[in-house]
Design a protein around this ligand. Structure first.
Ligand SMILES: [Zn+2]
Length: 423
């Protein structure tokens, strides 16, 4: 076991863990005797060890994704779980089915992604710091995925007897910028995967994400008048006007609306291009505004308000509606109950700021929520996941899956109203 790389300086109390140190008692510095035990023996620890293994693959690249996909497939098969693998755009998509083969058995989809956003090499060597496992993808979402895999393994011998079926789906492209060609959308559209309820393991601090904001990406041009750079007062600077236009968008009426789980929509100036030469006043500036609107808002009305801004011409719009799942949905109630049984401070119904693959299921009429472990810093340099939350997450998933038949047998209309929480 080694301390953090010298370039960053040794950090007291932190131990680098990774594929090479599997089987070690972690958390202490100094030499630890070799104990090459296979994952299956370390039942209390294996979601953490499995997370470390997954983090060790740089899955921001295609080669890393293929290698990690092969590892996950082998891991599942070594635990007696059959895997169907298919290729999507050159990358592996893995699916497994466990539990009841009765056609009318309730079916839960557990969905996770193996890909991560790019990071520097040291982030692919996980570091354990107390309850924190630090590394790229620990939080988004290899920790959740590892717990999910362990939960599927835990459920495998019991799900058929309980009368429930689980469809596990592991995809390689949730973080992909190619939003039109993601494998989850394709799987659902082609009918390759179906179920009664889907959980995607995005990190949620062990709360249940029943809503997600809609996405409205607007590309627009702002027009000005060019002039020589030495006499800017003779022109009308389109770049400066674009800033003004953005400020006006930020203060439009739609920006102040709220909903049950959200205080406000979010509005981000994500891209700006303008100017031809250093000695010219720019006469055109293109901007992209990333608006995440709240359930209940109308995207067309938002566009109407934006379109009324002078000198701003909307060029292209990409829209994806908000995600909403009823908090009375019996699967949601059962999931929140299962989380609640793992301890305090978790299982609230929350609204999520970002979009996720959950929307692919919702578009197909399958209620879907985000539910994942605790941590912080996803997509950042200090991403970490709480190791204890991984264990809770796994327990909650197993408990939930096995409780589903009883939950759906009761009339959802008679469920008690559930308390609501805010993100
Ligand atoms: Zn994610």
């Amino acid at each position: 076991m080694r301390v953090r790389a010298a370039a960053r300086g040794p950090v007291a109390g932190r131990a680098r863990v990774g594929p090479r140190t599997l089987g070690h008692a972690a958390g202490a510095l100094g030499p630890v005797e070799e104990a090459p035990a296979p994952c299956r023996i370390l039942t209390g620890m294996d979601e953490r060890l499995l997370t470390e293994r997954l983090v060790g693959y740089d899955t921001s690249h295609r080669d890393g994704l293929r290698a990690a996909g092969g590892f996950v497939k082998g891991w599942l098969e070594s635990h007696g779980i059959d895997v169907r693998e298919h290729d999507h755009d050159g990358l592996p998509v893995l699916r497994s089915t466990i539990g009841s083969s009765q056609e009318d058995a309730p079916t839960v989809i557990l969905h996770g992604h193996l890909d991560v956003v790019p990071a520097h090499a040291p982030q692919f060597e996980p570091i354990l710091d107390g309850d924190r496992l630090i590394g790229r993808g620990t939080y988004d979402m290899k920790g959740g995925l590892a717990s999910m895999l362990c939960a599927v393994r835990d459920c495998a011998p019991r799900a058929a007897g309980a009368g429930v079926r689980v469809e596990l789906v592991v995809v390689p492209d949730e973080e992909s910028e190619r939003v039109d060609s993601r494998s989850t959308d394709a799987l659902v559209k082609e009918g390759r995967i179906s179920g009664d309820f889907a959980i995607t393991g995005e990190p949620t601090q062990l709360h249940v994400g029943v809503q997600a904001k809609g996405v409205l990406a607007v590309r627009a041009a702002v027009h000005g008048t060019s002039a020589h750079g030495s006499t800017p007062w003779l022109g009308d600077n389109a770049v400066l006007k674009a800033f003004d236009a953005f400020r006006r968008i930020e203060s439009l009426p739609f920006s102040r609306e709220s909903s049950e789980l959200y205080d406000r929509p979010s509005i981000n100036l994500s891209r700006m291009r303008g100017g031809e030469a250093f000695n010219m006043v720019p006469d055109r500036c293109e901007v992209t505004i990333d608006i995440r609107y709240v359930p209940g808002q109308d995207a067309q009305e938002i566009l109407r308000q934006i379109g009324a801004i002078e000198d701003l011409e909307v060029l292209r719009v990409l829209e994806r509606g908000p995600a909403i799942v009823s908090q009375r949905n019996p699967f949601v109630v059962a999931l929140r109950d299962a989380v609640g049984r793992t301890g305090e401070g978790a299982g609230l119904a929350v609204g999520r700021d970002g979009a996720s693959d959950a929307i692919a299921f919702l578009d197909a009429g399958i209620p879907a929520v985000e539910f994942g472990p605790s941590g912080s810093g996803h997509h950042g340099p200090d991403e970490w996941v709480s190791v204890s939350s991984l264990a809770r997450y796994r327990r909650a998933l197993v408990d939930f899956v096995l409780s589903v038949p009883a939950a759906v047998a009761t009339d959802p209309g008679t469920s008690d109203p559930v308390p609501e929480g805010h993100a």
